[in-house]
Design a protein around this ligand. Structure first.
Ligand code: UDP
Ligand code: MG
Length: 328
């Protein structure tokens, strides 16, 4: 394969790093990535995507940029979200392979040489599998549940506990870039494209500094994107519940009918009526909500707005102009 030269020096690795208010971690992150680059003796592009940070992140990135010509910073016009930032990074990456990683050092850069080795053995996608999480117990339970449920219901093989931390061959990057889907669940699409993929277990560290930038709302959105993009199970759940409830009421109805005929007694049934009305009302609202999730996403696709807006690029000749990037 043309992108796997025998000699390391010859290939170029692009690091894609979404940044949202990470002033506390950026310098340390840079130092640790730099060490890995020196160890591998490769050409590199470190591509920070600033997702509308309001702290000193951009200033810090700018100073790094002035120091190191291998660094580029894509500046979003506002916060577009982590998955969108990764997507933008993939659009701008020029390496023979890319590494996608978080900026909080939860994904240890020191494991990247192992990724590279697997890539050179012929795997087009090498992703990290989180062996141990050091997050709050509630979050850990939710993550475990989410990945297992998604695996059961999804239409594709999404590996358990694999996040966005990965290395991808440029062939895969090109493929991902050709998929114009909005509401992107990057690790799902990555798995969907196929080719040779392999997981490497690693210990997910605590975040180096600052707080998690994923609010509960953003996490729920990500989980929903995963479910809705890769599964029809929620829609089926709606129809199955509909069928079950109808069957139940039919049997219940027949039961009361025969009871009336044979025993001439009617049950007072006020409570039952109220419960049934509430239950059915609930089921209907949930069902409409589920359809709404899909419909909203269809609406997003149809509107065809750009996925993100770039207000500037640091560290490259074309950097000064603002530009609007249509979905590539
Ligand atoms: N991030 C981003 N935009 C957002 C939220 C997060 O670019 O709206 C980045 C963040 O800077 C970090 C990565 O996405 O590099 C993962 O976020 P975080 O560590 O807060 O998530 P967690 O690890 O807690 O799930
Ligand atoms: Mg994190």
């Amino acid at each position: 394969m043309e992108s796997q030269p025998a000699e390391n020096k010859k290939f170029k690795l692009s690091f894609i790093i979404p940044v949202y208010n990470e002033e506390k971690t950026l310098l340390e992150l840079y130092e640790r990535i730099k060490k890995v680059i020196e160890e591998l003796r490769i050409r590199y592009q470190i591509l920070f995507v600033d997702d509308g940070s309001q702290d000193r992140s951009v200033q810090i990135l700018q100073s790094l940029c002035e120091k190191d010509a291998g660094i580029q910073v894509i500046l979003f016009s506002r916060n577009f979200g982590h998955q969108t930032a990764v997507t933008a990074g993939l659009h701008y990456a020029s390496g023979d392979a890319v590494v996608v990683m978080d900026s909080d050092l939860q994904d240890p850069p020191e494991i990247i040489p192992q990724f590279v080795q697997k890539w050179q053995e012929g795997y087009q996608v090498v992703y990290g599998i989180r062996k141990k999480r050091k997050e709050h117990i509630f979050l850990r339970i939710m993550y475990a549940l989410f990945y297992r449920m998604l695996k059961t219901v999804s239409t594709i093989e999404i590996p358990l506990d694999a996040g966005d931390f990965c290395l991808m061959d440029k062939k895969i990057v090109k493929l991902l870039n050709s998929i114009p889907e909005r509401n992107r669940f990057v690790r799902g699409i990555r798995s969907w494209v196929g080719f040779n993929q392999i997981g490497i277990p690693y210990e997910r560290d605590k975040r180096f500094g600052g707080e998690s930038k994923y609010s509960l709302g953003k996490l729920i959105k990500l989980a929903l994107d995963g479910f809705v993009s890769f599964s029809y199970a929620p829609l089926r759940f709606a129809s199955y519940t509909g069928f079950s409830v109808s069957a139940f009421s039919l049997i219940y109805g027949l039961g009361t009918f025969f009871q009336k005929i044979f025993t001439n007694t009617t049950v007072p049934g006020y409570t039952t009526t109220i419960i049934m009305i509430c239950f059915l009302g609930g089921v209907q609202l949930i069902t409409i909500g589920i359809i709404g999730e899909y419909l909203g996403r269809i609406y997003d696709e149809v509107k065809n707005r750009p996925l993100y807006i770039v207000r500037g690029i640091l560290g490259s000749p074309e950097g000064q102009d603002s530009e609007m990037k249509p979905d590539a």
